[in-house]
Design a protein around this ligand. Structure first.
Ligand SMILES: [Zn+2]
Length: 217
């Protein structure tokens, strides 16, 4: 086969899931497709996340001689520290009514998180363009944060387009200058969007605490 297709297929292989044993675990970070009896699954293996999701079902009840696969989610990193969400809320409030952004990144070597600011190219009350932060060699993005200024937190059509090819949690903070800003959180995995219905209460507490501290100054 030609070199270009070979490289493409190596970067995103397809596996026929065995019936009598689990599929071999992925040997490297990346993605692959699992063809199983119960559908077609996307498997993602990142330093901080491994995830399996069904992305297609068969439209014909034909016999597929392969094994079954179950969806799964495994987070290798610890819980995202709420203090970093509070720190981003403070930045978002200072930037409001304009939008702003930052990444919460995690180091597999040190197991630590930090808030990495983005370099803003242009921002307004309804748009944001930025250069991603420069990360250390063992750092990965876990949460992509952006703000909606005075508007409520939600995922817009632009957000859907921006997030379509990404693997991350996406966090939006809205109503940035109110006592309790609104938040929207979702997991993005190469086109799979899963809204987190309940943003952690500790995050709301951190955001409120941050604003109270600011107000007290
Ligand atoms: Zn947005």
């Amino acid at each position: 086969m030609n070199a270009a297709d070979l490289a493409l297929q190596r970067s995103f292989p397809t596996v026929m899931v065995p019936r009598r044993e689990p599929a071999e675990p992925m040997q490297a970070f990346g993605e692959r497709l699992l063809i199983a009896q119960n559908g077609v699954f996307l498997e993602i293996n990142q330093p901080w996340l491994s995830l399996v999701r069904r992305i297609a079902a068969y439209s014909v009840a034909t016999a597929i001689p392969y094994g079954e696969v179950a969806e799964s989610t495994r987070l290798m990193c610890e819980r995202v520290p709420e203090a970093l969400v509070g720190e981003f809320a403070r930045t978002a409030r200072a930037a409001s009514p304009n939008e702003t952004g930052a990444w919460i990144v995690w180091s597999a070597a040190t197991q630590r998180f930090r808030l990495a600011p983005v370099t803003i190219l242009s921002h307004s009350a309804s748009a944001l363009r930025y250069e991603p932060p420069i990360l250390g060699p063992d750092e990965v993005r876990v949460v992509d944060c952006h703000s909606h200024g005075l508007h409520p937190a939600f995922f817009s059509g632009t957000d859907d387009t921006d997030d379509r090819h990404e693997i991350k949690f996406a966090l939006v903070i809205g109503n940035c200058t109110s006592h309790t800003p609104s938040m929207a959180l979702r997991l993005c995995a190469k086109g799979v969007f899963e809204t987190v219905e309940r943003v952690p209460a500790a995050w709301y507490a951190a955001v409120r605490a941050t604003l109270s501290t600011t107000e007290a100054l």
